[in-house]
Design a protein around this ligand. Structure first.
Ligand code: DX5
Ligand code: ZN
Length: 205
């Protein structure tokens, strides 16, 4: 299972946190971008992100919690980005953003909030590479894992077996047991609030 590390809740500033993530064997740096519209809190500008991730040896796994994904797609395309994920609940025409992300040769993910039914993803599954299943409400790190999310993993796999399923929120050495069917997990505070990032990652693996 691949591990994507979110740096928003850490003992250190973002830059130092990404430097520490770089020293681990995690596969991705997970970039949580919040616009203050789709979610209450606004965190970074694209320039902030560019400064934070400048020099990282990890690929980026970008999670746009934003009403207007287009505002950011082009900028992330110029970084070492493997996935750009937008929220199904945030946009009117998902096809538009799927096309835009693919036009830069970047893999497209769609994320759904804990209460969103996976049936709503059906029209898009054949066009995308990843689904990011939120196991907390988007908007903040350090929340408690929502158990109902587990069911979505198996159901999505049945709908499309080569889909990359990533689970985001509340992942730690206990909750990881429930998401073994996923291909990828996002973990933030469990890793970045610790003194030894690699030791926490080893426990997840
Ligand atoms: C929540 C973010 C998550 C979150 C992960 O809005 O999308 O990526 O910060 O952090 P933890 O692992 O602390 O739940
Ligand atoms: Zn996230």
């Amino acid at each position: 299972m691949k591990i994507s590390v979110s740096f928003i809740k850490s003992k250190y500033n973002e830059k130092d946190t990404v430097n520490l993530i770089d020293k681990t064997d995690a596969e991705y740096v997970h970039v949580d971008l919040m616009d203050g519209k789709f979610v209450e809190h606004k965190n970074y500008t694209v320039n902030d992100i560019k400064n934070i991730v400048n020099g990282t040896n990890k690929k980026l796994d970008v999670h746009l919690m934003c009403k207007n994904p287009s505002k950011y797609i082009k900028d992330f395309a110029s970084l070492n980005t493997e996935y750009i994920t937008f929220h199904l609940e945030a946009v009117k025409n998902p096809d538009e953003y799927i096309k835009e992300i693919h036009s830069y040769g970047i893999k497209c993910g769609i994320s759904i909030k804990p209460k969103t039914n996976i049936e709503l993803l059906k029209p898009y599954l054949e066009k995308i590479e990843q689904v990011l299943v939120m196991s907390v409400e988007p908007g903040a790190g350090g929340q408690k894992f929502i158990m109902d999310s587990i069911l979505k993993i198996e159901s999505l796999k049945k709908l499309k077996n080569d889909l990359i399923i990533s689970v985001d929120g509340g992942i730690n050495d206990k909750t990881i047991d429930f998401v073994q069917a996923a291909d990828m997990v996002v973990s933030g505070s469990y890793i970045c609030l610790s003194d030894d990032y690699q030791a926490q990652i080893n426990k997840l693996r």
